[in-house]
Design a protein around this ligand. Structure first.
Ligand code: AHR
Length: 357
């Protein structure tokens, strides 16, 4: 549903007449046919793909007001996500965006949502810091008749009708993908039967990104008789947090083989701690992280990070498309997962030029 504009223009290009067709005595008749065809094709394009190309607008022609309750600015992923919303929800695209940075605090997000309700926005978009504790404020939004769209992280609520839909990455699958990568990597390096000591630097506890990734990783460790979890602790999805936690792991354990970091920034902090301890990141200790922003690709190319599981932050255009569909009277799926990949030292250099964030 997210990539149809190019399909529309490809389709339109197919009906362009050639020079040979334009010559000859039946030229007038042919032109008539060609233009009729072009008109029909154009109409089909419009009917099928209006959601992808047109500017959003309310039926009264006014701008659509969207309040975005953002988590904070804890990571490079988050910065890319904010940028994606700020560049999508602009006046030229039919929107007025009210942006709120909650500084990773749920109470700030709840305040922001209440402000959006007071301002009678048309849509509320939330990337919830944590999964639980949203019922009351969502009921207030529902009573005010304002649809709530969740993006990035999910909420756990007793009544699903309190939000309209969610779009984001599949965090559990990301965790599982990281485990599969490690199994294959160890097997390829003749270490499948070796005892492997693992540390886990978790994200913000209670966030769906942490819950899903931790669940996938911990289940994988549990299932492998050669893998041993030494310790797990939160780094709160920040670089400083990752460094601090890794420093304390390194003080407690001298034989760490692998560290899973639940986002890129934690991995960059962990790398600093590993270097400071006189070890070589990516060699002495295998580093696996999540997000896969540009800087992580550079570090994979440099051999410091071994694997990055993608978490795509570009949700602005996705939410825009959802709103356009709703404004046109359509409906959307309740849960919409974004497809994501796994990258490592082998494909990082080739993939880097294709990456948008
Ligand atoms: O919810 C997505 C996570 O939040 C990203 O992995 C992380 O970088 C961000 O802070």
């Amino acid at each position: 549903m997210y990539t149809c504009s190019c399909v529309a223009s490809d389709f339109c290009m197919l009906v362009t007449p050639t020079a040979a067709e334009m010559s000859g005595h039946k030229r007038g008749e042919k032109m008539k046919k060609v233009f009729t065809l072009m008109l029909v094709a154009l109409l089909v394009c419009c009917v099928l793909f209006t959601g992808c190309t047109k500017k959003a607008a309310k039926s009264n022609g006014k701008l659509i007001t969207v309040g975005y309750a953002q988590v904070g600015a804890e990571s490079d992923w988050r910065t890319a996500n904010t940028e994606s919303f700020k560049t999508t929800f602009v006046e030229e695209n039919g929107y007025k965006l009210i942006f709120d940075d909650a500084q990773q605090k749920q109470e700030n997000q709840i305040k922001a949502i209440r402000n959006f309700i007071q301002q009678d926005v048309d849509y509320i978009v939330v990337a919830p810091v944590v999964e639980t504790g949203w019922e009351t404020v969502l009921q207030e939004a529902k009573a005010a008749g304002i649809p709530v769209i969740l993006s990035d992280r999910q909420m756990k609520v007793s009544d699903d009708s309190l939000y309209l839909c969610w779009v984001g990455g599949n965090f559990l699958k990301e965790g599982q993908d990281s485990v599969v990568w490690l199994e294959n990597y160890l097997a390829k390096n003749g270490r499948a039967e070796e005892n492997i000591n693992i540390c886990l630097i978790q994200g913000t506890i209670g966030s769906s990104a942490q819950i899903g990734r931790s669940e996938g990783i911990l289940a994988g460790i549990e299932a492998n008789p050669h893998w041993n979890l030494l310790a797990k602790q939160t780094g709160d999805f920040t670089q400083a947090g990752g460094q601090e936690v890794m420093e304390s792991f390194l003080k407690q354990y001298y034989d760490i083989d692998v560290v899973f970091c639940e986002n890129d920034n934690e991995a960059w902090g962990a790398i600093d701690a590993i270097k400071a301890a006189g070890k070589v990141p990516g060699k002495d200790i295998i580093i696996i992280c999540f997000d896969a922003v540009h800087e992580t690709f550079n570090r994979m190319i440099a051999g410091e990070i071994n694997c990055a599981v993608e978490c795509n932050p570009l949700h602005g255009p996705r939410v825009d498309e959802i709103i356009k569909i709703l404004e046109d009277g359509g409906s959307v799926d309740k849960i919409m997962y974004v497809t994501e990949g796994v990258f490592d030292e082998e494909n990082a250099a080739e993939m880097l030029p294709t990456r948008a964030y």
